[in-house]
Design a protein around this ligand. Structure first.
Ligand code: ATP
Length: 357
C-alpha cells in the first residue's frame, strides 16, 4: 500500500506546486493521477520516485516512510513520456539492461531468461532483435514498459505514457496496459490529463487542480457524483452544461426557465441552502427533447453525429449548451425545439463551486 500524507512542494523560486495532498493506493490497484497541465501530477510522481524531495509531508510504502530512501532503493519502475530507449541496443538488450547494471548486477546469461519471460508477457518476443528506431510508437512503448517490469518493481509509475501515440493506438495500448499490469499484479500509478483515458483504465482516479486534490474516487463516481464544479466540468464528454440560476422563494429562476424546487428530490440536497445565486449543472444526456411541457425552447444551431448519438448545439441565454440524443432522433439545424431537464441527474453548485445537490 502507498500512503501520501500532507504532501507539499514549494519550488526554489517560491512556487507552491502542491498545497497539501493526501491519498492512499491499495496494493495491485491501477490509479490515475488526472488533472489539467500544471496541476502537479508529475511533481507527485517524481516525489514518489525520489527524484524530488517533498517540502512537507510523507510518502509511505507498506507503512514505512521512504522520503529518505534513495531512488534506486525504492523498488520502482518508471516509464517516462519519451520512453528513452537506448537506440544502439536491440529490444532484448534494452530490456536486459537494467538487470546488468548497478548493485545487483547479473551476468548476461542470467538476465536473458528473465528478459525472455517478460518479453513473452508483453508480446514483444518477435521484436527482440530489432533496434528501437525501426519500431512503431506503440511497440516502443511496450518495450519501455517491459524494461521497467524486468526489475520486478513493487510499483510501476507511468508518466503520460500514451501521449506520443495516435488516437487509435492510444485506445489499444491503454487496454493492453491495464491487462498487463493486472496480469503482473503490480501497483501502478498512471499520469494523464485525458479524462477519458483515466475513466477507461483506472480502479481509482485522483483528480487534481492547482496542487489540490479535487476528488479521489471510483471512475464512475467522478461522473455521477462530482464533488464540485471543477470535477463536473473536467469529467465527461461532451462537457456538462452549466447555467447560472437564482434560487428565490422556492423557485429556481433563469431568464429562460423557472422550475419549482419541489421538482428536485429532497434526499439529494446535501445540506440546506439559502436564496441566492447558484449554478445548475446538467449533462447533455439529461437535457431531453420534449414537445410537451418543455422547461425551455431553443433554436438548434448545429447537429453533430458522433457514432450512435447526436449532439444538438444551441444557446440558452447566450450560453452554449448541448443535448445528447440517440441517432434516431430527427431534429435538424434551424429547428425550434423544446427541452426538459432530467432533474434527478442535475447538480446545483454554489458560486464558489461547492456542490449542494
Ligand atoms: P503536465 O500535464 O503539463 O505535465 P503536471 O500536472 O504534471 O503538468 P507538474 O509538472 O507537476 O504539472 O508541475 C506543477 C507546477 O509546478 C507547474 O505550474 C510547473 O510550472 C511548476 N514547476 C514544475 N517544476 C518546477 C521547478 N523546478 N521550479 C518551479 N516551478 C516548477
Amino acid at each position: 500500500m502507498i500512503e501520501i500524507v500532507g504532501l507539499k512542494k514549494v519550488f526554489e523560486n517560491g512556487f507552491e506546486a502542491l498545497k497539501s495532498v493526501d491519498f492512499t493506493i491499495e496494493k495491485g490497484d491501477l490509479v490515475c493521477l488526472l488533472g489539467p497541465s500544471g496541476c502537479g501530477k508529475s511533481t507527485i510522481l517524481n516525489m514518489i520516485a525520489g527524484l524530488l524531495t517533498p517540502t512537507e509531508g510523507d510518502i509511505r510504502f507498506d507503512g514505512k516512510s521512504v522520503v529518505k530512501t534513495e531512488p534506486k532503493d525504492r523498488n520502482i519502475g518508471f516509464v517516462f513520456q519519451n520512453y528513452a530507449l537506448y537506440p544502439h541496443m536491440t529490444v532484448e538488450e534494452n530490456v536486459m539492461f537494467p538487470l546488468t547494471v548497478g548493485d545487483k548486477k547479473m551476468k548476461k546469461a542470467e538476465a536473458k531468461p528473465i528478459a525472455e519471460k517478460y518479453m513473452k508477457l508483453t508480446n514483444i518476443e518477435e521484436l527482440k532483435d530489432k533496434k528501437p528506431g525501426t519500431l512503431s510508437g506503440g511497440q516502443q512503448q511496450r518495450v519501455a514498459i517491459t524494461r521497467a517490469l524486468v526489475q520486478n518493481p513493487e510499483v510501476l509509475l507511468l508518466d503520460e505514457p500514451l501521449s506520443n501515440l495516435d488516437a487509435r493506438l492510444r485506445l489499444k495500448i491503454r487496454e493492453e496496459i491495464r491487462r498487463l499490469v493486472k496480469e503482473v499484479g503490480i501497483t501502478t500509478i498512471f499520469v494523464t490529463h485525458d479524462q477519458e483515458e483515466a475513466l477507461s483504465i483506472s480502479d481509482k482516479i485522483i483528480l487534481l487542480n492547482e496542487g489540490v486534490v479535487q476528488q479521489d474516487d471510483d471512475p464512475q463516481n467522478l461522473y455521477l457524483e462530482p464533488s464540485n464544479l471543477f470535477v463536473a466540468k473536467f469529467i465527461g464528454n461532451p462537457i456538462i452544461n452549466i447555467l447560472p440560476v437564482e434560487i428565490k422563494a422556492g423557485q429556481m429562476l433563469h431568464p429562460e426557465f423557472s422550475i419549482p424546487l419541489e421538482r428536485f428530490s429532497d434526499e439529494r440536497f446535501k445540506k440546506g441552502y439559502q436564496d441566492g445565486q447558484y449554478y445548475i449543472g446538467i449533462r447533455p444526456e439529461d437535457v431531453i427533447p420534449a414537445d410537451a411541457e418543455p422547461d425551455f425552447t431553443a433554436n438548434i444551431k448545429s447537429v453533430e453525429l458522433i457514432g450512435r448519438e447526436r449532439i444538438l448545439n444551441f444557446d440558452v441565454n447566450e450560453i452554449h449548451s448541448k443535448s445528447l440524443v440517440p441517432i434516431e432522433v430527427a431534429i435538424e439545424e434551424g429547428n425550434t425545439q423544446g427541452f426538459r431537464f432530467n432533474l434527478n441527474k442535475a447538480f446545483i453548485f454554489e458560486k464558489e463551486g461547492a456542490r449542494i445537490y
